[in-house]
Design a protein around this ligand. Structure first.
Ligand SMILES: *Cc1c(COP(=O)(O)O)cnc(C)c1O
Length: 423
């Protein structure tokens, strides 16, 4: 099936008891065992089935299967937020003394996790000097457990060479993990280009309506964990946190996702609420359609701003003059999602006036909503930094970041035009 069909049908036929067609919300914590043996078999992971919603839930299961199918992976794991998905995916492979290697331009929350929290637990994060496969390769050593990147960086909108990074990682027997939140599997499928693990904040475009947090990890099933038993000991030696199971023996190619579920999620509990899984599935049903409209609107907005006399610069990889335009064609058919940034000729003060004058674009810090959103980083998210620190983070005083929604394009352009005039 094609993406638009998978998003509507994969992983659920109709409820066997009631014949309901919408995915039921299993608002339920624990599931009954037929008898003691059945309970034991479930706990031994010998038979599939539900035990407790912290570990698995039938509503969440549909979201997991659908996201895995869209990404071309073998299995998925849904959790409470994108941040939890990233942390759990990394915890599945690392322990104190290990390191991971990352591209430098990242979502702010991921940067904080990497720069501060992971090191406090003894996991070193090595930020490459740039996104190139060469810069990544230089930092990989025997203790490196994964290479990390975002297919489209948030907020910079930079596009990474997924295939090049996968080659650099695989040459040293290390998996590539890609945050595909901004692109979504509709526009880009990192596994096709060699990624081994894909992580998502489904809070953004997948949910698409700004009403539920959620995260998903997708395992490609392709990385040969069992060929490197010492490097990936957590998947190849008896698991003390789960009565001695050896994941690669019990789960074969799905070893990674099985450990993510039974160790980080089971032990620390950032489980996705079934109600949120339902809302996120509602969003997912129309994702393919929305991404078409998001990207059509984004290129129109980018061109409008580029031609506007009050605008100094526009950064969107869908524009031919963007340095990553070629990469946008290779990895996302020239449609690099709908996040773009631009600067006003009038500097910081004009940026603030523009921001305050917006009528349709919402002033907030989120992306990927069906509604259009705007953020002025220098006066909000990056306010605590001085100008030097802001520059390092890629934030200019006059910069505005837009997440272009699916409203009628005429109304969006009119809103931008009136706000520019007031700025
Ligand atoms: C929002 C976001 C996250 C974090 O997701 P939450 O669901 O807010 O925890 C991670 N990565 C990217 C690229 C994001 O945009």
């Amino acid at each position: 099936m094609k993406d638009a069909t998978i998003a509507l049908h994969h992983g659920f036929k109709s409820d066997p008891t009631t014949k309901a067609v919408a995915v039921p919300i299993y608002q339920n914590v624990a599931f009954e065992f037929d008898n003691a043996q059945h309970g034991a078999d479930l706990f031994n992971l010998d038979v599939p089935g539900n035990i407790y919603t912290r570990i698995m839930n039938p509503t969440n299961d549909v979201l997991e299967q659908r996201m895995a199918a869209l990404e071309g992976g073998i299995a998925g794991l849904a959790v409470a937020a994108g941040s939890a998905a990233i942390h759990y995916a990394i915890q599945t492979l690392t322990q104190a003394g290990d390191n991971i290697v990352s591209t430098p331009q990242l979502y702010g929350g991921t940067y904080t996790l990497f720069a501060h929290l992971l090191p406090s637990f003894g996991v070193e994060v090595r930020f490459a000097r740039d996104d190139s496969p060469e810069a990544i390769a230089e930092l990989i050593d025997d203790k490196t457990k994964l290479v990390y990147c975002e297919s489209i960086g948030n907020p910079a909108g930079n596009i990474v060479d997924i295939e090049g990074l996968a080659q650099a990682a695989h040459a040293r027997n290390v998996p590539l993990m890609v945050d595909n939140t901004v692109a979504t599997p509709i526009l880009c499928k990192p596994i096709q280009f060699g990624a081994d693990i894909v992580v998502h904040s489904v809070t953004k475009y997948v949910g698409g309506h700004g009403n539920s947090l959620g995260g998903v990890i997708v395992d490609s099933g392709n990385f040969p964990w069992a060929e490197h038993p010492q490097k990936f000991a957590s998947l190849n030696t008896p698991e003390p946190a789960y009565h001695g199971v050896v994941y690669t023996e019990k789960f074969g190619p799905a070893a990674f996702i099985a450990r993510a579920r039974t160790v980080p999620l089971r032990n620390t509990g950032a489980a996705l609420a079934p109600m949120n899984a339902f809302l996120l599935l509602q969003g997912l049903e129309t994702l393919a359609l929305r991404m078409e409209r998001h990207t059509d609107n984004a290129i129109r907005v980018a061109q409008f701003l580029k031609d506007h006399p009050l605008v100094a610069w526009v950064s969107y990889a869908g524009l031919a003059d963007h340095p990553h335009h070629e990469l946008a064609h290779k990895y996302m058919q020239g449609k690099p999602s709908a996040i773009l940034s631009f600067g006003l000729k009038g500097g910081y003060a004009a940026g603030v006036r523009f921001y305050d004058a917006l009528q349709i674009f919402k002033r907030l810090v989120n992306i990927g909503d069906a509604k259009s959103l705007a953020c002025h980083p220098a006066s909000t998210t990056h306010r605590q930094m001085n100008e030097q620190e802001q520059a390092k983070a890629g934030v200019k005083p006059e910069m505005i970041r837009l997440s272009v929604g699916i409203e009628a394009i005429e109304d969006l352009l009119e809103d931008l035009d009136q706000a520019l005039k007031q700025a």
